[in-house]
Write a protein that binds this ligand. Sequence first.
Ligand SMILES: O=c1ccn([C@@H]2O[C@H](COP(=O)(O)OP(=O)(O)O[C@H]3O[C@H](CO)[C@@H](O)[C@H](O)[C@H]3O)[C@@H](O)[C@H]2O)c(=O)[nH]1
Length: 480
Amino acid sequence: MASLNVLLLPEPGSGHLMSLIEAGKRLLGHGGRSHAHEFTVTVLVVRPPTPESATEVDAHVRRVEASGIGVRFHHLPAEAPPTDCGGNLQAFKSRYLELYKPHVRAAARELRASALVIDFFATTVLDVARELAVPAYVYFTSTAGLLALTLRLPALEREVDADFEEYEGTVDVPGLPPVPAGSIPGFMGRKSSPNFTWFVYHGKRFMDPDGIIVNTAAELEPGLLASIAEGRCVPGRRPAPPLYPIGPVLDLGGASDEACVRWLDAQPRASVVFLCFGSLGWFDAAKAREVAAGLERSGHRFLWALRGPPAAGSRHPSDGDLDALLPEGFLERTEGRGLVWPRWAPQKAVLAHPAVGGFVTHCGWNSTLESLWHGVPLAPWPLYAEQHLNAFELVAGMGVAVPLQVDRKRDNLVEAAELERAVRSLMGGGSEEGRRAREKAAEMKAACRKAVAEGGSSHAALERLREAIREGAGAGTATA
Ligand SMILES: O=c1ccn([C@@H]2O[C@H](COP(=O)(O)OP(=O)(O)O[C@H]3O[C@H](CO)[C@@H](O)[C@H](O)[C@H]3O)[C@@H](O)[C@H]2O)c(=O)[nH]1
């Protein structure tokens, strides 16, 4: 039997690309092989719009190719990045992907696509799938919480007579406790912004695909998944397309022998708090001073991945210049008890290390899942994208995190005393909230592992997805 060709369309950044590749591996089965006789998975690579992201994406593609995993790559012709989105990143990505529609159409014909799996910023490409009569699935790299909010957004735009940025009230997202407007993602903050317009558009289009694959597990977000499936997020109780919560979809990486991991080897079990802020998080001297003072006063062991402001013309943090960022004498006073790591950290190996007992995180969903996979409780310090919503869900919804007061009006500043309090609570200072977060994180570790194992909820969702692709392929395959 000819194999079913599943084409994956990621957005141009490396974060979503890695997650989608992992999802493709899952589709191919254990070790990328057990269903390889049946499915061919090809990633349609969109040209990254900046030289830095191109370097990251190329390196990752080469690594996957070299690993022998069956995922294939098909590079789409480059389009000129749009210039009409200002600093609106989510609008930029959505608009950029729209330009790739003709290339996706051509690739789907050439590769005789049986199904398209597209990043959630690429909903315009659903038109191509319809035109070619090829089943299409949206891949959602973030939480069911963000999915529910986005589905709600077209109605919320009418219901809430203000910009969320200025609104003082709460927002109803079925499946979550009332969400304070201060936890709504920044890209939904102003109705007049292109980001908002695009998210309203995506919210409507999420009703169109043959299914939505979500990088979560039924055990992590049960109320939200139920409310989406039952149509409670959309007026008229229109149920969303079938949901496939196949997560956690993670590339757990291998062992690392970097110096910070070796340093952890010498620390007692669950004694170190790890601080790391994703691919784009960085600190200026004023914020770094607060962190340093908070860590010093907490008395706890720490490993702090500290990166500095991007160089001119770049969005990517620079390696941390510790002399410029840290208070005088800090490194000497904390020697032996703490380590500041001024560059990209081997985060997956760090979170897997038994010495790590807590994680101060920007709440990127991949980082969050990596932490929960290892049962590490969190203290959320959201910075950008949907992270403020994730932070709210982690504390108020899942209970796996201790609260941390982040001042959104002062560029997400956390004061030293607040960080000290949260670190003490997270690391076992006798507080009830800390005890609960540690207990819940341990429960989620067990739940996540069970979900992806044979007989688990995510394993079953993946099998349902394969079955839907098989059935859909009976209905049509794109032809040249
Ligand atoms: O020093 C570092 C920093 C990050 N990482 C890794 O980089 C990834 C970061 O992913 P994530 O935590 O999801 O953060 P972002 O890169 O910021 O991801 C974007 O995409 C996510 C998924 O949609 C969203 O949840 C985030 O808010 C959005 O910023 C993770 O695998 C980390 O292990 C490292 O290995 N070392």
